[in-house]
Design a protein around this ligand. Structure first.
Ligand SMILES: Cc1cc2nc3c(=O)[nH]c(=O)nc-3n(C[C@H](O)[C@H](O)[C@H](O)COP(=O)(O)OP(=O)(O)OC[C@H]3O[C@@H](n4cnc5c(N)ncnc54)[C@H](O)[C@@H]3O)c2cc1C
Length: 357
């Protein structure tokens, strides 16, 4: 059982198992709810100096709704037709024990948001292919979540190593990586198609002030930035920024303004970096300990199993990345030639003139 809604609304949700031989519809009738659920609605006796818990008065309990519910793992074949799109449970259902239902709905929505922004551009060509690419991508991620959920049966043994394995779900295989299909908007090469992990970082302008601790996503997609796609540059030391900046200095031209050198984020993989840099989008990676000591950790659990080198390890040496708003890597490049070529493909994609890369 669990509480939901505003505390003053005093709403609770209870679930119980319909045993073999019982009828789900009958079990959801009021008399059965009263018999099975009401005994759990109590006040602790200790609150009143009593040994036994105190039952809540039955006439103060209202059953708003009770329905039999069967576990299902299903996924529609099409999530978009014409102008109509299906998201969340309308497109797919999970058994609840993997805790993936709500998160998947949010992922559908956050992925769709930027595709819609692009489809609404004034000169955008037919958007059906775009929406098909959106749900073909989402389905790949969903299959991972579904597989992880189905194996996370509630009766699984809870020895710590097994629990950790289950807790990680699909993440134990690393970040989700899409397999390219025509229409998908990323360059199928290198680390592209991979979801960028998020780590903690300290903007160098903050002079190591932990009050300025940030998530990398908040720097990469800072609200002041205007471009839909963003440039991320991974460096070992701050003194490499000048050389890296030269790779992107004229990026506005080949990308026809879809990318901006001024908005590029520099992530320095040096925990001892002590220099202050005036660029607000230059940051160094931060440790779990630093995060735990920062105000950003307030109200959040201290990190476990955190790795400040996670981004670098996942992208396997690619230094120059172009990131989509849903954190998928559109292009991973090693030099200016690759960067310019990826940038040139962008205007056609974002205006719907080309769908295949
Ligand atoms: C018993 C149970 C336990 C769960 N536990 C978890 C959990 O622990 N963690 C987790 O992540 N997920 C859990 N889930 C799944 C989670 O609740 C769903 O994945 C999530 O609520 C789906 O959100 P949604 O917005 O897609 O759909 P919904 O939450 O179903 O929202 C759809 C809304 O549309 C409304 N609606 C329907 N038809 C119309 C219409 N014609 N006009 C206007 N409005 C309409 C509905 O009333 C509803 O409010 C659980 C689900 C169940 C049933």
């Amino acid at each position: 059982c669990g509480r939901f809604g505003k505390p003053e609304d005093r709403l609770w949700q209870f679930e119980f198992v319909v045993a073999r031989g019982e009828d789900g519809k009958e079990m959801s009738e009021h008399d059965n709810i009263k018999r099975i659920v009401f005994p759990y609605i109590t006040h602790p006796g200790s609150r009143y100096g009593l040994k036994e818990d105190v039952a809540f008065p039955e006439d103060c309990i209202t059953v708003l709704r009770c329905r039999p519910f069967a576990f299902a793992a299903r996924n529609c074949n099409k999530w978009a037709l014409g102008r109509v799109m299906l998201l969340g449970d309308a497109a797919h259902v999970f058994p609840p024990f993997g805790g993936q239902g709500i998160a998947s709905g949010f992922r559908d929505a956050s992925a769709l948001a930027w595709w819609l922004a692009v489809a609404c551009r004034p000169n955008f060509k037919p958007y059906e292919q775009l929406l098909e690419a959106w749900y073909n991508e989402r389905k790949q991620q969903l299959d991972r979540s579904l597989n992880a959920t189905v194996e996370t049966v509630p009766s699984s043994p809870m020895i710590p190593s097994v629990r950790r394995w289950l807790e990680q779900g699909a993440r134990r295989f690393g970040m989700t990586r899409y397999t390219y299909q025509p229409g998908m908007e990323f360059i199928p090469k290198g680390a592209s198609g991979l979801f960028l992990p998020q780590i903690y970082c300290l903007p160098l302008i903050a002079n190591n002030d932990l009050n300025k601790m940030a998530f990398t996503d908040d720097i990469i997609f800072h609200p002041s930035k205007k471009c839909i796609f963003q440039v991320l540059i991974l460096l070992d030391k701050l003194d490499e920024t000048k050389q890296a900046a030269a790779v992107f200095e004229d990026i506005d031209n080949p990308s026809d303004g879809e990318l901006s050198a001024r908005e590029a984020t520099y992530l320095i993989h040096n925990l001892n970096e002590r220099f202050v840099d005036p660029n607000p989008f230059t940051a160094r990676i931060a440790t779990a300990k630093e995060f735990a000591q920062s105000p950003l950790c307030k109200g959040r659990p201290e990190p476990r199993y955190y790795d400040e080198y996670h981004i670098k390890k996942e992208v396997k040496g690619y230094k120059y990345l172009i990131i989509r708003p849903d954190r998928l890597i559109y292009a991973s490049c090693v030099d200016k030639v690759e960067v310019d070529s990826a940038a040139k493909a962008l205007p056609g994609l974002l205006n719907g003139e080309t769908h295949d890369i």
